[in-house]
Write a protein that binds this ligand. Structure first.
Ligand SMILES: [Zn+2]
Ligand SMILES: [Zn+2]
Length: 318
């Protein structure tokens, strides 16, 4: 996957860049399908497994640890920092965020950021890579739209043009390196839980159950939570803020998505470091950015400004 991205050199001329950069190769299509389908199948197969023989506290602990690490890598790293520049990070934090985000198995960083910037540029209009509203508003069209926004869009051959949407990352040697490491980071995110489970329980069986729960099931759950922000959070929920699109705040996913399901607030003010901007809206990612700021690792954090929020708030709710 990285080979294609590498070949796109940032351009210096001012001519507008095309939106797409060609098509995904058969290998890339195959990998995207594998990443999406195999972890989900693993989750379904897991249901009959009972507590006590194929699942224990070590598996649960490792699954929660790797879920939290990789989820925050995506929410704080890929999304709020790399895509939207909600704060500045020192080099160590920048690389750590790129690495942990890559371990979520959602594709290499540069492609992820380019897709997401394109999503904001065309939100819920033609050109948005994953809007649920592209097929109409009948029940049938919305069912199709939901599936497309949730995971169908990844199976399209369209490749977002990173030279247009992520030239800053293409020009960054550290990020290029992490982008190239994606296959190795994918292996690491799958093997590390198995290694830890094997060492903690000192058994092959412990390695196997940790691989099942803390690698496959954990990746599947995080995939669906991230995809739900693209699908559910553009269909269902509250819309207290003015936004040019159908983004909505969907509270049931606030904890699992670590603040990303406050998606209407995010589209209303995309560069803001906190998405759960209103009272009582839990946003774990914003909490951790606050900790990074206190430690001096993050600076220039764009915290919500009350007067800006008041301006964006709808006078009549719909
Ligand atoms: Zn969105
Ligand atoms: Zn965003």
């Amino acid at each position: 996957m990285s080979a294609k991205v590498e070949s796109i050199a940032p351009r210096t001329d001012a001519a507008p860049q095309p939106m797409l950069a060609g098509e995904k190769s058969p290998t890339e299509m195959f990998l995207v399908k594998m990443f999406a389908v195999i972890p989900a199948l693993a989750l379904a197969a897991a249901i009959p497994l009972a507590w006590g023989w194929g699942l224990g506290w070590v598996d649960v602990g490792l699954a929660v640890f790797f879920y939290t690490l990789t989820c925050l890598g995506v929410t704080i790293g890929f999304h709020r920092y790399f895509t939207h520049g909600a704060f500045k990070a020192n080099r160590a934090l920048r690389i750590a965020l790129a690495v942990t985000g890559s371990m979520a198995m959602q594709g290499p960083i540069i492609g992820w950021v380019a897709d997401h910037r394109r999503h904001h540029a065309y939100a819920d209009r033609e050109g948005d890579p994953h809007s649920p509203w592209l097929f109409g508003t009948s029940a049938r069209a919305l069912a199709k739209g939901f599936l497309h926004a949730h995971m169908g869009w990844m199976f399209r051959r369209q490749l977002t043009n990173a030279a247009r949407f992520a030239p800053d990352l293409l020009a960054d040697a550290d990020i290029q390196r992490v982008n190239r490491w994606f296959p190795a980071l994918t292996a690491a995110t799958l093997l590390a839980p198995a290694l830890a489970g094997g060492l903690i329980t000192w058994s092959w069986w412990g390695a196997l159950t940790a691989f099942f729960w803390a690698s496959l099931v954990r990746v599947a759950v995080l995939h669906h939570v991230t995809w739900s922000v693209n699908s559910i959070c553009h269909m269902i929920g509250d819309r207290p803020f003015e936004a040019r699109d159908k983004s909505a705040n969907f509270w049931p996913l606030a904890i699992l998505s670590m603040g990303e399901s406050w998606h209407n607030s995010h589209h209303a003010d995309p560069t803001c470091a906190r998405h759960g901007v209103r009272r009582g809206q839990l946003d774990i990612s914003a909490r951790l950015i606050w900790v990074f700021e206190k430690l001096g690792w993050a600076t220039h954090v764009r915290w919500p400004r009350p007067e800006r929020l008041a301006r964006k708030l709808k006078t009549t709710t719909s």
